[in-house]
Design a protein around this ligand. Structure first.
Ligand code: FAD
Ligand code: EPU
Length: 337
């Protein structure tokens, strides 16, 4: 029998550490719990928020609906020659899943070490870091379709993955991911293209890195740059890196020749949002209970006691100043409630 709790504090369920309440709250331990939940028509019409680790979420108010916290566990693998298919429940902690793969020497996810959050949320924004995106290792996922009360399998093509994008972001609230299947390899394709990885391997005197070395190095770089949510509330990058046309880029470059940028395919150019924000003077600035991180201006932080609205207001001020200085519109990466 599912337990629906009432008036639950979400403070320990979001990495910004925002103290907001949910009117109703339920933990989902098995896929079948979702079938049971939605047999009660009340929950089809009540506002819903699906929650994994709460590490890409800003709560700006209490939630007058049902929080569905995904807790489905379990990891299984099947080896087929040099390929490995690993399936994990939506409620598995992402980095514990990565460490499982590293321990078994299943290659492919090591560059995604130490990203906070759950396996079930990983396809939502096609998580990415250090030269790898989820789509590179994704095989398929199983999701509960709320409208029909049935389970549906999504292939990679179905998911429409792009930079911090997927079908699940485009159709919010329709599907709940219960399980993700990854296609990994027993033959590592070591990816050191991200400059900081190569540099750290050199510092450590490692010339033939294993996937464990890559996982360790990526974790080390992340800890040096990003605030630990257990001590300083944050949700990682608050904005996406803007992707602009080559014409727009020429205008920015004429005025700011040193602008940090990367080719983004199809003649598009990706700008480093952290650089744009730093150039506007925001890096490390403290505003009330909020601010931007001293080592990474793209990360907005809760220095303690901030409300979600304060953090949202800071993000709006940053968008305005980047727009005024560079003519570039930042888009929030973090999901806002
Ligand atoms: P939540 O915050 O709980 O949810 C995020 C969104 O997904 C919400 O809209 C929610 O409704 C939805 N959702 C969650 N679970 C499900 C499900 N099972 N089915 C359907 N919808 C669901 N992200 C990166 O891509 N790369 C990084 O390098 C990175 N670094 C980070 C560093 C720090 C310090 C922090 C705090 C965050 C970072 N992030 C990064 C963002 C975050 O870790 C990812 O977005 C992660 O996938 C969020 O997982 P979560 O379980 O916490 O999702
Ligand atoms: N930069 C600055 N000032 C800053 C921050 C960055 O000038 O304060 C410039 C530097 O030149 C740096 C460049 O921006 O070389 C890129 O910075 P970094 O390597 O830290 O990466 P990022 O583009 O800021 C992205 C992802 C991160 C991911 C890292 C590593 C987005 C929105 N963010 O950050 O993902 O971990 O690359 O791959 O794409 C997240 O999504 O939450 C997240 C942390």
């Amino acid at each position: 029998m599912l337990q629906i709790h009432q008036n639950v504090s979400l403070k320990n369920f979001n990495t910004f550490g925002i103290d907001a309440n949910a009117r109703y709250f339920v933990e989902i331990d098995h896929a079948g719990d979702l079938v049971e939940l939605f047999m009660d028509p009340q929950w089809k019409t009540t506002g819903r928020l699906v929650l994994g680790g709460g590490s890409n979420l800003l709560l700006t108010r209490d939630f007058d609906g049902l929080v569905i916290r995904m807790n489905i566990r379990g990891i299984e693998h099947r080896i087929n020659h040099n390929e490995v298919f690993v399936e994990a429940g939506a409620g598995e902690v992402w980095n514990e899943f990565v460490q499982y793969c590293v321990k078994w020497q299943f290659a492919g996810v090591e560059n995604l070490s130490l990203i906070p959050g759950s396996v079930g949320a990983s396809p939502i924004q096609n998580i990415g870091a250090y030269g790898v995106e989820l789509k590179d290792v994704f095989d398929s996922c199983e999701a509960f379709e709320i409208a029909t009360g049935t389970f549906k399998t999504f292939s990679k093509a179905d998911c429409h993955f792009a930079y911090r994008e997927s079908i699940f972001k485009q159709l919010p609230g329709q599907y709940i991911i219960v399980r993700v299947k990854f296609k990994l390899s027993l033959i590592p394709d070591i990816n050191t293209r991200y400059g900081a990885i190569a540099q750290e391997l050199t510092n450590r005197g490692i010339t033939a890195p294993t996937i464990k070395d890559i996982s360790d190095v990526v974790s080390h770089i992340r800890v040096s740059k990003l605030p630990d949510p257990s001590t300083i509330g944050n949700a990682g990058s608050f904005f996406k890196n803007p992707v602009i046309s080559s014409e727009e880029f020429e205008t920015v470059k004429t005025n700011f020749p040193e602008v940090v940028h990367y080719p983004a395919g199809d003649g598009l150019v990706k700008l480093a949002a952290g650089w744009l924000i730093e150039q506007c003077g925001w890096k490390g600035k403290i505003i009330g209970h909020t601010g931007t991180w001293k080592n990474q201006a793209l990360v907005l932080v809760n220095h303690g006691g901030a409300t979600g609205q304060e953090i949202f207001d800071l993000s709006a001020a940053i968008i305005d100043s980047v727009q005024a200085k560079f003519g570039v519109t930042l888009q929030r990466e973090v999901n806002i409630l």
